[in-house]
Ligand binder design. Structure first.
Ligand code: GPV
Length: 820
């Protein structure tokens, strides 16, 4: 362990040596970026030894291994996190101090590896942290996108997307492993060849194009346990160098094509969150990393075992949403075409190896690939999917004779499309939702027919987050405060944090807690001043909504409410009003016009409100540019109010809600996703709950009985605030600028229903909940009490708990031990 062996002088020397080796400079000459790199290599040095030891332990102990398959891993910065998990953060900080260097500034040199969109990708990152910390043998498998999530700039209030060239300075922690390259084939056709020796018909892909998948390994450091797991992300290279060689052979054209295929395939992360876009390149990405990962997993298994039949005893694949679902037919292909098994054997192994996590019930996110595209790109895989479907439908018809509706609802191939969720359910042994409410909706509505047929596959795994990044690293002041009273057990056993509930009524403790919150608000205010040029008052209520921009998450309702408050203040300057800072952070998918209009609206309202001297700074609206993991850590630590206001039933779980709670913010939210469980833990008197229930929303949707126009007509407040979208008040007199947002509530052009997300229905109850927030905040002691209780009752929401439940109910892994 670095901690035990940590020697300041050795470390300092190592940093100096690295600067010399890497840049031929001494410390005084080196830039912050260069020193950051040098520090990383010094840290990597320590990690490598434990990494080797973990590998060796795995080779010796031959455990069952989890492969967490995900198109996204939103890791966030590695340097600080690695130091935290090596329990060396404070010592390194001191060592650097002595060299006249500041660790925080060096950490700021690191680009966030942003290989993910939002919750789904960040969940994968939290899971890797917990797996390593609990000592479970696991690999993350993903894609080494050349460009990750775009950088967001706000120009004139509009979002502008800038490419994220995160590899520009190189990434110090990664390790290229060309010796494990795998070939991945696309296109062509499938020939059937009779094999004399075996008497079998072989299916052989011909005339294909292929790329080389090259793995890069990233270390995943467990907390204080010497375990270092691996995240493997795949890069694509052309199979043969585009050379005169192939020109001579006459396949110049093909060489160029393969070169292009390799270049484009890992070029960029699709910036869609909770939304499916049927692009061919996306399917190529999916098959690319899955084929490479499955090949590698099988090869690794075969190094120690010759009975491929028992693969599932040592290997399990968790599919992070449907994006990796081609793992099902790909494993079938390898087992049959490469390993020579028959269908039934291969199917038994596959369906004991694959498991699927569902992350949404929203129809627009469900992947359905057109058969022509799918079969052209993956001809052999498509054949296998057809056969899976054929056999499955025989079962369905046997169980439900004459019920063709069941076939329509369940067929893997239907209406010319491959339904990936159906494939994942049929081809796996487990289907899980990500919060209790979400899993119930899956069972009762979205996946009802599958639940009826195979109830034993369905289970819930409520999401979680890692307290190591989101408290220990992100909020050191509160972390130290908790540790002082409750010990440091919470770092690996979050429920232990409950001990601080004893302090909830202690006036001195309340004061300390609020002082820490205040310092964190000062830290964020400084960030805001630097980045937005806006002065915000750390004594105001910090009311925060940070997450991807989506209509169902209802940032729109939040900003409408701010418009309503502003209007009231203007008409009523002396009304009681506790100063508030409304903070937003959100990226909109590049092609999501309405989401972008909401960003513009937030910024436009901010411009008006922030610059109106008559309201005396009582309301500030801040849009934090380029919301990402690194600034999220600052934001959670500084929040008083956590806005979790999705239309009930739409947010599968949410995980930001948990990060706020851990940092002592009070939830202002609907009974949606994991909010339900948060309230269950902390008590509804320590949160602000409002709005329609999931059942009410679903009932409205099923019966088409919701009428937003009646709210508009009969409620004067709603009428006024909606009219302000087209009054020009926030757009320098331009009455068209927010016309589409106005229309979306009452008379949408391209939507099945007006106000699809029940904004007007929930508006008044949201406003009333906001008044309760204000009332409570006036009573500092009552607020502090609730805030402490939020932190104290956040124990359930550690991803350590989530992972242990996956292990117990789904994966059945054993821990590995690495020499202490
Ligand atoms: I599907 N989620 C996401 O971030 N991107 C997606 O494409 C899909 C789901 C999210 C859900 O929206 C959250 O409610 C959930 O907490 C998160 O996945 C992790 O499960």
């Amino acid at each position: 362990m670095l901690n035990a062996e940590f020697n300041k002088e050795t470390f300092k020397n190592s940093v100096k040596e690295n600067v010399k080796m890497l840049y031929r400079k001494n410390l005084e000459e080196a830039s912050q970026q260069e020193i950051y790199q040098a520090v990383c290599y010094a840290v990597k040095d320590v990690i490598i030894d434990n990494w080797l030891k973990t590998q060796k332990a795995m080779d010796e102990q031959d455990p069952k291994i989890l492969y967490y398959m995900s198109m996204e891993f939103l890791m966030g910065r590695a340097l600080g996190n690695n130091l935290i998990n090596l329990t060396a953060y404070k010592q390194v900080q001191e060592a650097l101090d002595e060299m006249g260097l500041n660790l925080n500034l060096l950490e700021d040199q690191e680009r966030d590896p942003a290989l993910g969109n939002g919750g789904l990708g960040r969940l994968a990152a939290c899971f890797l942290d917990s797996l390593a910390t609990l000592g479970y043998p696991a690999y993350g498998c993903g894609i080494r996108y050349k460009y990750g999530m775009f950088k967001q700039q706000i120009r004139d209030g509009y979002q502008v997307e800038v490419p994220d060239n995160w590899l520009k300075h190189g990434y110090p922690f990664e390790l290229k492993r060309p010796e494990y390259a795998k070939e991945v084939k696309f296109g062509g056709y499938v020939a059937q060849e009779y094999d004399e020796t075996t008497g079998r018909v072989n299916f052989v892909q011909k005339d294909y194009q292929s790329v080389n998948a090259i793995p890069y390994d990233m270390p995943i450091v467990g907390y204080d346990n010497d375990v270092v797991n691996t995240l493997t992300i795949w890069d694509a290279e052309a199979i043969q160098d585009f050379s005169l060689d192939s020109f001579d052979k006459g396949d110049y054209h093909k060489a160029v094509e393969q070169e292009n295929l390799a270049k484009t395939i890992v070029e960029v992360l699709y910036p869609n969150d909770n939304h499916y876009e049927g692009k061919e390149l996306r399917l190529k990405q999916q098959y690319f990393f899955i084929s490479a990962s499955v090949q590698r997993a099988v090869a690794k298994y075969k190094k120690h075992h010759d009975d491929i039949i028992k693969l599932y005893e040592k290997v399990t694949f968790q599919l992070n949403d449907t994006h990796p679902t081609v793992a099902v037919p790909e494993l079938m292909r390898i087992l049959m075409d490469v390993e020579g098994l028959g269908w039934d054997e291969a199917w038994e192994i596959t369906t004991k190896t694959c498991a699927y996590t569902n992350h949404t019930i929203m129809a627009e996110a469900l992947e359905k690939w057109p058969v022509d595209l799918f079969s052209r790109l993956l001809p052999r895989i498509y054949q296998i999917v057809e056969e899976i479907n054929r056999r499955f439908l025989i079962q369905v018809r046997e169980q439900y004779p004459g019920d063709e509706e069941k076939v329509r609802q369940m067929a893997v191939i239907y209406d010319g499309q491959v339904h990936m969720a159906r494939l994942a359910i049929v081809g796996g042994y487990s289907v899980n939702g990500v919060a209790k409410l979400h899993t119930e909706i899956l069972k009762k509505q979205t996946l009802k027919d599958f639940y009826e047929m195979t109830p034993e596959k369905f289970n819930n795994k409520t999401n979680g987050i890692t307290q190591r990044r989101f408290l220990l690293h992100g909020n050191p002041l509160l972390a130290d405060w908790v540790t002082e009273y409750a010990g440091n057990g919470w770092i690996t056993d979050l429920p232990k944090i409950k001990k601080i509930a004893e302090l909830a009524d202690d006036t001195q403790a309340q004061k300390e807690f609020m002082e820490i919150k205040h310092k964190n608000k000062v830290r964020l205010a400084k960030y805001i001043k630097e980045h937005n040029g806006i002065d915000v008052d750390p004594n105001s209520i910090f009311d925060v909504q940070v997450k991807r921009l989506h209509e169902y998450k209802r940032q729109f309702m939040n900003i409408l409410h701010i418009m309503y408050l502003y209007d009231r203040l203007k008409k009523n300057p002396d009304m009681p009003f506790y100063p508030r800072t409304f903070i937003f952070g959100a990226k909109a998918s590049a092609g999501y016009e309405r989401a972008k209009a909401i960003i513009k609206l937030i910024n436009s309202v901010g411009d008006v409100v922030n610059n109106d001297p008559t309201i005396k700074g009582k309301i500030k609206v801040v849009f934090i540019e380029d919301y990402r993991v690194s600034n999220a850590e600052l934001i959670f630590a500084a929040a008083d109010v956590s806005e979790q206001i999705s239309t009930a039933s739409k947010e599968a779980s949410g995980t930001g809600n948990m990060k706020f709670m851990l940092n002592g913010a009070l939830t202002l939210g609907t009974m949606d996703g994991a909010n339900v469980e948060i309230v269950e833990e902390v008590g509804k008197e320590n949160a602000f709950i409002f709005g329609l229930s999931a059942d009410q929303v679903i009932e409205y949707e099923n019966n088409y009985t919701y009428d937003p126009m009646s709210y508009f007509i009969h409620d004067q407040d709603i009428h006024n605030v909606v009219m302000d979208l087209i009054s020009g008040r926030y757009s320098n007199g331009d009455t068209m600028m927010f016309r589409d947002l106005y229309d979306s509530l009452l008379t949408p052009k391209n939507a099945p229903r007006p106000d699809m997300y029940f904004t007007l229905a929930d508006f008044k109850s949201y406003a009333a909940a906001q008044e309760r927030v204000e009332d409570k905040y006036r009573n500092t002691s009552a607020w502090a009490r609730s805030a402490i209780l939020n932190t104290a009752h956040s124990g359930k929401f550690t991803s350590d708990r989530t992972i242990q439940q996956y292990v117990d109910d789904i994966w059945h892994l054993d821990k590995i031990t690495v020499r202490k």
